[in-house]
Design a protein around this ligand. Sequence first.
Ligand code: NDP
Length: 365
Amino acid sequence: MASMMFTDCSSAATSRLIPLHRRTGAVFLRHCVGQLRLRTTSSERSCSTLSVRSSSSPTPVVSADANSEAAASAMVIDGKAVAKKIREEIAVEVSRMKDSIGLVPGLAVILVGDRKDSATYVRNKKKACGSVGINSFEVHLPEDSSEGEVLKFVSSFNDDPSVHGILVQLPLPSHMNEENVLSAISCEKDVDGFGSQNIGELAMRGREPLFVPCTPKGCIELLRRYNIEIKGKRAVVIGRSNIVGMPAALLLLGEDATVSIVHSRTKNPEDITRQADIIISAVGQPNMVRGNWIKPGAVIIDVGINPVEDPKAPRGYRLVGDICYEEARSVASAITPVPGGVGPMTIAMLLSNTLLSAKRIHNFR
Ligand code: NDP
């Protein structure tokens, strides 16, 4: 297995980085903003030709109905186009806010250390904020800063009325306790929605979290914008991480889907997945979900971002999802590509959460 580190990732990365794990010998691509490892797998080798039929704009043509006939070639759910539209909508709202109350939303990002990948993600977020008129604030601390210094900045952003969202770029240096730092962020400004209060509210019936985590929120938004009905459908979420799989399952449940979660200990995952009208996959295994795991007509949201070796690609690698795209597109009715599906939605949702926060704090409708 080839293995190399690289520092580039979708500009849609959120702020979280989770350390690389190894399970049963497999190297997992961690969260999009994390370190990535290039790899080849047997499934990758037999699932390597990407051919994307692109739809230029979201069109309400999809029924996530397991009983409907399989499309010859699934419609591509164009996350890039949807994210662009959302950014335009956010820009309009930001400017309306500025004109009405003389204020714009503000997002603060705290970066510690000199990791190039983290610096890239912070730069991308700043750029995205700038493109919609959101103010961005950045604190860049040296690697050997103390946890106390980071907490001091979190606290000052918590108290700063011009800041409506706070992100701490992960990973933090190993001498710091991430949990301590993240839990210091005020839940009113926790635009990532990972705090226990926000996740707890998401899990409870009839309760509304202040913020929903950006990537799962982006998945549901894609389904909505393509008029894909969720209510009453059978949904399978593959992966149960705190940042994607679990909140995605809770969101689907909140939309009245009947939800199953597949994880690394699930027996016969293909049998469960085959029952789904809607599949959201967030695993980090290239091309794990094969065509015969998919019920004809299912709708597929592929969150996975996996770099695989490709000597023909300019950088020697390319990104693929968890779903074997070329097989899935002849079975499913709609599918997100990788890249260009969920990825661009994540940062759009971060901007959306920051706007939401500013509107709430200033009681602006
Ligand atoms: P995690 O590693 O935190 O979670 C992976 C999940 O997949 C775990 O719940 C794990 O199960 C499950 N899993 C692992 N192997 C299998 C298997 N063979 N069969 C079934 N389930 C399995 O990853 P993340 O949730 O952080 O990310 C998942 C993917 O999504 C990654 O590729 C990541 O890069 C991508 N991502 C993309 C984003 C975007 O913006 N598009 C944003 C965030 C992530 P268990 O709990 O039992 O270990």
